[in-house]
Design a binder for this molecule. Structure first.
Ligand code: AGP
Length: 630
């Protein structure tokens, strides 16, 4: 097959990759000769930033499958099982970020069907939304499942379909039934000379070398081996064999001709998919994360809602950004479900509530890492007093998931930047979904309001996408204009107070700018004494019930010479006409969902202020991603 390569502009290439969202890393190779296992192992190490709670490999030799997999980081599993020691020149590998099923060996990929010894091995990156119904169908046909993962159903589905044809047609008819996102790869002991891949939404790229062919979730996996890349698009099926690769459309089997492209990236650039920092990449990938957060498993949302519905008093316990999510949630639960909750800063919980928490208490602990010592200590205080512990975390298998009676994983994928961005908006999405479910269960708001919320929450990912696309340049300009200011106010009313707190934390922690956030109504009770000519005050002003009084707060700041920056609704001429600068957010967002889109300009502002001040947004001084000490 003739390879025509075209050099690829940096911009085009980044656009190709920027639709990606980390969840897991997949890789595989077909070598003309030599051993595949060490190549797979090294490639998975280069994909570790995509997920790192379990790892596995499968190779083929003499018509036999060889599999090694376990829970744990790659280096730990390698030290125990030696991931380089598998025979064969063809193989696949997977590094996992658990969403369905805790990080246990049984849930690690590859997965296989019923046959023993296994004849097919499957690896997958993505979320299968309809896995429960497919699993039921297959169980009714006698399939026995080992794991709790959504991926395993793909292996059994292919095994079921193998009866009607070869591996390629079995994979093709299997993925037709899948709903959700997937990038999968399959090898079979019965057709040992090929690898079949298929893609929908989750990323998949091919690497073309003189004596080997590769596939991966992302180019860093094989960049040291080849810089010739072929992108696989949604709805395409790939067959890799000794001669090369063949791409077909899943919908009609039509062949696809696609040029390979040369990528002149460093490994580190590729990990960030062209973004200068992980933080900016993670701000940009929020739409994808928010889509994934809308694919949470119904049964866990329902279970959590039931516990909240029965609760007599609910303390939401968290630190930092996660606390801001809890504060926003307290408005959601109160306004939608008439559920009284109280957000508590975890490090204060034992002092504040240690004596009063009891068997009738419900604790909702929110922690992206699931390992924050202050949060776990608060949970332990409550557990010792027989309170019910509920958990919301991004890390399935973290300590918080083990100490919670019920938990839900927010499915944001690994967040590398120390500053929480995509995990914050995902937390807000999960919490608003819970508040809406509880509202339905309790019947406290009109069906019309519920229909509007159901409609708008589905649109949040594209609303965030539009804000990033249309407002990023403006925010960059504002950062340049205000880069020398020494202190900022962040003000909001109602649920926007939580948004103000989060915007302030972002600016402080990555641009090291002292900032103060408080409910706008508090200004006259003291803080306004700080305001002098040109003092920057950022107002979060969605058109909700607080708007009128907020305008009064804007006027009182203006009267003292403050420079006003408003985060307001698109085309809100009244606000725009009274402020010095503004950033616009899409119209028609319901109040309880407003923190998600309204925080995005504040995340970008903090990021670009850090750039203006030559700070490293990914690794701010004195901070760690997960504070596992009290
Ligand atoms: C957020 O940008 C900070 N990195 C920090 O406040 C963080 O939110 C806090 O440490 C809580 O972390 P957790 O969500 O992992 O518990």
């Amino acid at each position: 097959m003739l390879w025509t390569t075209v050099s690829l502009s940096f911009e085009i290439f980044t656009k190709k990759l920027r639709s990606d969202k980390e969840m897991c890393g997949i890789f595989g190779c077909i070598l003309k000769n030599g051993s595949a296992a060490p190549i797979i192992h090294a490639a998975l190490k280069r994909l570790e930033y995509r997920g790192y709670d379990s790892v596995g490999e499968a190779t083929i030799e003499n018509g036999r499958l060889f599999i090694k997999k376990d829970a744990g980081k790659i280096d730990v599993v390698h030290s125990i099982r030696n991931l380089d020691d598998l025979p064969g020149r063809i193989g696949i590998g997977h590094t996992r970020w658990a969403t369905h099923g805790a990080p246990l060996q049984v849930n690690a990929h590859p997965h296989f069907g019923c046959s023993d010894p296994p004849t097919i091995a499957v690896i997958h990156n993505g979320i299968i939304e309809n896995f429960a119904e497919i699993k039921k169908d297959l169980e009714d046909k006698g399939h026995i499942f080992r794991s709790k993962t959504d991926t395993e159903i793909i292996a059994h589905l292919i095994e079921e379909n193998l009866g009607q044809g070869d591996l390629k047609s079995a994979v093709s008819s299997s993925v037709e039934r899948l709903q959700g996102s997937y990038a999968i790869a399959v090898i079979s002991a019965k057709e040992p000379d090929k690898i079949i891949c298929a893609r929908n939404e989750s990323p998949l790229v091919l690497g073309i070398a003189d004596n080997a062919f590769y596939f991966a979730s992302d180019t860093p996996a094989f960049l040291p081996l080849t810089n010739k890349v072929v992108f696989v698009e949604n709805g395409e099926l790939v067959t890799l064999n000794d001669e090369g690769f063949e791409i077909k459309k899943l919908v009609d089997g039509k062949p696809v001709v696609r040029k390979s492209r040369v990528v002149d990236w460093t490994h580190e650039m590729a990990e960030k998919q062209g973004y200068p920092h992980f933080m900016l990449k993670e701000i940009h990938e929020q739409p994808r994360c928010l889509r994934d957060t809308l694919r949470l498993q119904d049964k866990y949302l329902e279970l959590l809602t039931t516990f909240l519905d029965r609760a007599r008093d609910v303390a939401m316990v968290a630190c930092g950004t996660s606390y801001h999510a809890c504060l926003a949630a307290s408005y959601m639960f109160s306004k939608l479900s008439f559920l009284a909750t109280h957000p508590v800063i975890a490090s204060e919980f034992t002092e504040q509530h240690g004596k009063s928490v009891n068997i009738d208490s419900t604790i909702l602990a929110v922690s992206q890492s699931g390992e924050t010592a202050d949060t776990l200590a608060a949970v332990e205080t409550a557990r010792q007093r027989a309170a019910t512990i509920l958990g919301l975390t991004n890390v399935v298998g973290s300590t918080l998931t083990r100490v919670s009676r019920v938990y839900i994983g927010q499915q944001s994928g690994p967040e590398i930047g120390v500053a929480a961005t995509k995990t914050f908006t995902s937390q807000l999405s999960v919490l608003s979904q819970l508040a809406i479910r509880l509202a339905k269960k309790r019947g406290k708001i009109s069906q019309e309001e519920i229909d509007l919320l159901d409609e708008k929450i589905e649109k949040i990912p594209s609303i965030v996408e539009r804000i990033v696309k249309t407002q990023e340049e403006k925010v960059k300009t504002l950062a340049r204009k205000y880069k020398d200011n020494q202190c900022f106010f962040f003000l909001g009313r109602g649920i926007s107070y939580a948004t103000a707190l989060e915007g302030r934390l972002k600016l402080m922690e990555i641009a090291y700018v002292p900032s103060i956030a408080f409910p706008a109504g508090e200004s006259k009770h003291g803080p306004i004494s700080l305001v002098e000519l040109g003092f920057p005050v950022i107002f979060i002003c969605p058109p909700d019930e607080t708007r009128k009084t907020l305008i009064g707060n804007i006027m009182e700041m203006k009267a003292r010479g403050a420079s006003i920056i408003a985060i307001c609704e698109e085309g809100d001429e009244e606000i725009i006409g009274m402020v010095d600068d503004y950033v616009e957010v899409t119209r028609g967002i319901p109040e309880i969902l407003s923190p998600i889109p309204y925080v995005v300009p504040l995340q970008l502002f903090a990021y670009y202020m850090a750039i203006e001040k030559q700070c490293d947004p990914d690794m701010p001084r004195n901070l760690a991603k997960s504070v596992t000490v009290k």
